[in-house]
Design a protein around this ligand. Structure first.
Ligand SMILES: [Zn+2]
Length: 452
């Protein structure tokens, strides 16, 4: 009886664990090829064939025992080589058939890649052929500065659709890893998830932003699973939430961390040594590198520039977030601190790690499990992130293109404080909102007319 139970459980378990999924599809056109990457939950089992005797020319890929979780109609296929990516009728149950319609009868280069750096299992499809990409109109990445010394000013690019800012939120710890445990038994992983969810809800209520979470439940995540969300979702910002002390045992307030220069040098060196990661990091300047693609000096120069930009941005964002957090909780230090945290390893996305408070302090523990306090922390994080992107608009995002910003009045804010933050006049705000006096109240919603 015992062995029968064991056998049937083992069968159920294994039949579930074998099933794979396609979790994301990315398309990278460049000057000499278009690369399509399927992100998979496990090593792919696949076959493929081509149809070149009639048009449209097709590459047909069958992923065995695989569930396709990607809405292919929403994949941005801005390539002159790969015209369409669509699902097709499966030849047998459990198989996902995906068809790539291509512009010429060119044999593709198809190969799997195992997990490396921040990426998991992938199937890569390279199709030779040029896509004309103008540097002013990046079709794959609107979030990072293109080669230009000009400041990033909001501008309307007719060919680039307006998109929301993507904010990646990482709830620290989870699953088998509880994080720190408070004197009353509270697990840090519960606090980080609660605040992450509240922050995500706040962000998703803002039409200019979209939140993605590294975990939505009590799951154990590897470092790679936490960091891969940045490139998979093309996140504009990454924030990892914690409620413990990393470096010192004594009680302390909230703090915000950025990657130290030394650790980021190490990450940069790793990226240069990893051809696949390098190609991902440099994908939107490939057309500029062209002949110099294998020039290590040029690669390094680009990576250095991207890294320096994102580190400066991360530092500025951390400073603004600290200022907001200081309004709702006490701070350990009112300046960002540098540390060697692998979770902050993204080279091109501003990334911060926030310590919400110190759970092993009994008073702080009670505060951290309080829903109202969690709301205040989430609001402070949201306001800080939003303010950073108002000061540093990302071209092509709705927040940068819109000329009206909503602002919810926080405690201690006066009209002149709000006006100077958005760099508009007090009168402009009053006029726009029909205010007769300078009196405003906490929680009041104001429309801020920008760009005047
Ligand atoms: Zn932690």
């Amino acid at each position: 009886m015992g062995s029968w139970l064991f056998a049937s459980c083992a069968f159920l378990w294994s039949s579930q664990s074998v099933a794979q999924s396609i979790d994301n599809v990315r398309v990278w056109p460049s000057a000499d090829k278009t690369r399509v990457v399927f992100d998979l939950s496990a090593e792919p089992t696949y076959t493929y064939f081509t149809i070149f005797d009639n048009q449209p020319y097709r590459i047909v890929i069958d992923f065995q025992n695989t569930d396709n979780r990607v809405d292919l109609s929403k994949v941005d296929v801005a390539s002159d080589v790969v015209k369409v990516i669509r699902p097709s009728g499966a030849p047998r149950p459990g198989t996902s058939r995906i068809v790539l319609e291509i512009n010429a009868a060119t044999a593709p280069d198809i190969f799997p890649l195992g997990p490396s750096g921040a990426s998991g299992h992938r199937l890569v499809v390279d199709v030779a052929g040029a896509t004309n990409i103008s540097p002013q109109q990046p079709s794959t990445q609107a979030s990072t500065p293109v080669i230009s010394s000009e400041p990033r000013v909001p501008r309307t690019l007719d060919s680039v659709p307006i998109r929301p800012l993507v904010i990646a939120i990482d709830a620290g710890h989870g699953g088998r890893d509880p994080g720190s445990i408070g004197p009353a038994g509270t697990h840090e992983k519960i606090i980080t998830l609660a605040v992450a969810r509240k922050l995500a809800a706040r962000i998703n209520a803002d039409p200019g932003m979209r939140a993605v979470l590294t975990r939505t439940g009590d799951q154990s995540l590897s470092l790679g699973q936490r960091t891969s969300v940045v490139r998979r979702e093309r996140a504009d910002f990454f924030v990892s939430l914690h409620a413990d002390a990393f470096t010192t045992p004594q009680p302390r307030g909230a703090s915000v961390w950025v990657l130290s220069k030394r650790r980021s040098d190490t990450e940069l060196g790793r990226a240069l040594e990893n051809k696949e990661r390098l190609s991902e990091e440099l994908i939107d300047v490939e057309h500029i590198l062209q002949d110099g693609e294998d020039d290590p000096y040029l690669n390094r120069a680009f990576l250095d520039m991207f890294r320096d930009n994102s580190m400066a941005d991360g530092h500025e964002a951390a400073t603004i977030i600290l200022d907001q957090l200081g309004r709702v909780t006490n701070l350990h230090r009112n300046r960002p601190e540098g540390a060697s945290f692998g979770v902050l390893s993204a080279l091109r996305t501003p990334s911060v790690l926030v310590e919400l408070g110190f759970i092993s302090n009994p008073q702080k523990e009670r505060l951290l499990i309080n829903g109202n306090h969690q709301d205040r922390l989430a609001n402070a994080l949201y306001s800080g992130i939003r303010e950073f992107f108002i000061r540093n608009p990302v071209a092509g995002t709705s927040l940068a293109e819109s000329r009206i910003q909503m602002h919810v009045v926080a405690r201690g804010e006066s009209l002149s404080v709000i006006a100077s933050r958005y760099r508009v006049s007090v009168d402009a705000i009053k006029q726009h909102n029909g205010l007769r006096s300078n009196t405003i109240r906490v929680g009041q919603q104001l429309e801020i007319p920008l760009g005047n």
